[in-house]
Each structure stands twice: as C-alpha cells, then as structure tokens.
Design a protein around this ligand. Structure first.
Ligand code: PRP
Ligand code: URA
Length: 221
C-alpha cells in the first residue's frame, strides 16, 4: 500500500470533505501565479473551514434549553476549554481564523524554524497559557512536511502538561510521510488537514504543495 493510501485511510488523519468549493480554493492557493492578496484571502477561507472542522472533535455534554416557544429542547454544549497554539511564523496566519469563531480565545506561541539547509527544526521561544494543561489545544501550522516542527512543538506542549489526546493539529497541506510519522510518534494525536499530498522533494518541500507558505502569506519571497 502506498504511503498516500495509508495516510488517507488513517483513523486519526481527518481530511476535509473534498467538495468542489474546497478544491477550487486549494487550486487558487497552489497556483504559482496567484497574487499575494488572493493567496491570503483564499488561504483564510480554507483556514476558516479547517478551524470549524477542528471544533467538531471537541467533546460536548447534554444541555437542555427552552426555546422562545416555551418548549424544552435537548441539545448539547461544548465541554472542556480550548486554546490555540501557533507555530511561528506561518502558524500565526491561522490565528485570526480561530479568533473569528472562538471569541477571546487564548493563543500560545511557539517559535520553531526549519534550518533552510538541513530542514531540521529549531526551537527558539515558547509562551503558553498558564492553565494549558487543563485545555484542549488547537495546534496551528499550515504545512506539515517532515512533521519535525510540529513534533517539536508537541514535545513542548506535553512538557507543559497538555494531554496528548487533547491535541488537534490543524494544517492546510500535509505530506503522507510526515503525517504518518507524527501519528506513529504520538498515538493519541489527531490531525485535521485540507489535502494530503504526494510527497516531498530533496529540500523537504511538499509536492505538489504550494511552495513556502510563510513567504507567500507574509510577502517575504
Ligand atoms: C514551515 C512551516 C512549518 C514547517 C513544516 O515553517 O510553516 O512550520 O516549515 O516543515 P516540517 O514539517 O518539515 O517541519 P518554516 O520553518 O519554513 O518557517 P516559517 O513559518 O517562517 O515559514
Ligand atoms: N514549509 C512550507 O512552507 N512549505 C513546504 O512545502 C514545506 C515546509
């Protein structure tokens, strides 16, 4: 079985439903000719879809409300508190999408950069909410290539007391080998992605991918 097939069938790797809309949005951001303003606009739309999907994995408890008709309605309410953690710099692009759906959400930041020559991640800085150990964490980074950066970040989260089963890693594109490596290393982690790609080149860039997300989003190409 190919790595892509294994990744697509993995129980803890959740791909967004491949609707025409999503495919059209992803085609725009993958296009090398897309101007930066459009890249930001359409990436933000995909990020919104991803964050909404991520919220589907949070636990709920039963809750009864009374409707304006004076009739009881048996519904649910979110249990557990959440926070976001973005992997700087590219992950910061996903913070607004989270804020748009979760008012006054707390957001921790971890600065991890890949060495451009070796593709090895290096941790520079982290600042997390004090009570993060009691929260569900939406881990934000648009690209999962080797998985090295996100795995380093998860180590930081685990050291801070976060429970592995409460980490939801949200990204736009992942390589099958990176995603599978992460799921093996962290057996309770869940990954939510828009598309699973074919692989990586020698520089560990995702193929077909979209190039360097951070550079395209922040205009530093
Ligand atoms: C990119 C991307 C991820 C990482 C993915 O960041 O945003 O953090 O590479 O690669 P990996 O899965 O092989 O670790 P980069 O270090 O290029 O920095 P940036 O956020 O400043 O673009
Ligand atoms: N980081 C990116 O921005 N793109 C890739 O393809 C790999 C790492």
């Amino acid at each position: 079985m190919s790595l892509s097939t294994q990744a697509i069938g993995h129980a803890r790797l959740h791909q967004l439903v491949q609707t025409h809309q999503l495919k059209a949005l992803m085609t725009i951001i993958r296009d090398q000719n897309t101007p930066r303003g459009d890249f930001v606009f359409y990436s933000d739309r995909v990020i919104r879809l991803l964050v909404e999907e991520g919220l589907n994995y949070l636990p709920v408890v039963s809750k009864e409300v009374i409707t304006p008709m004076g009739v009881p309605f048996q519904g649910v309410a979110f249990e557990g508190r959440i926070c976001g953690v973005s992997i700087m710099r590219a992950g910061e692009s996903m913070e607004q999408g989270l804020r748009d759906v979760c008012t006054s959400v707390r957001i921790g930041k971890v600065l991890i950069q890949r060495d451009e020559r070796t593709a090895q991640p290096k941790l520079y800085y982290s600042k997390l909410p004090k009570d993060i150990a009691d929260r569900w964490v939406l881990l934000l980074d648009p690209m999962l290539a080797t998985g090295g950066s996100a795995m380093k970040c998860i180590e930081v989260l685990l050291e801070a007391g976060v429970k592995e089963e409460r980490i939801l890693f949200i990204n736009l594109i992942c390589s099958p080998e990176g995603a599978l490596a992460m799921l093996e290393q962290f057996p309770k982690l869940q990954i939510i992605t828009a598309e699973i790609d074919e692989g990586m080149d020698e520089q560990k860039f995702i193929l077909p991918g979209l190039g360097d997300f951070g550079d395209r989003y922040f205009g530093t190409e």
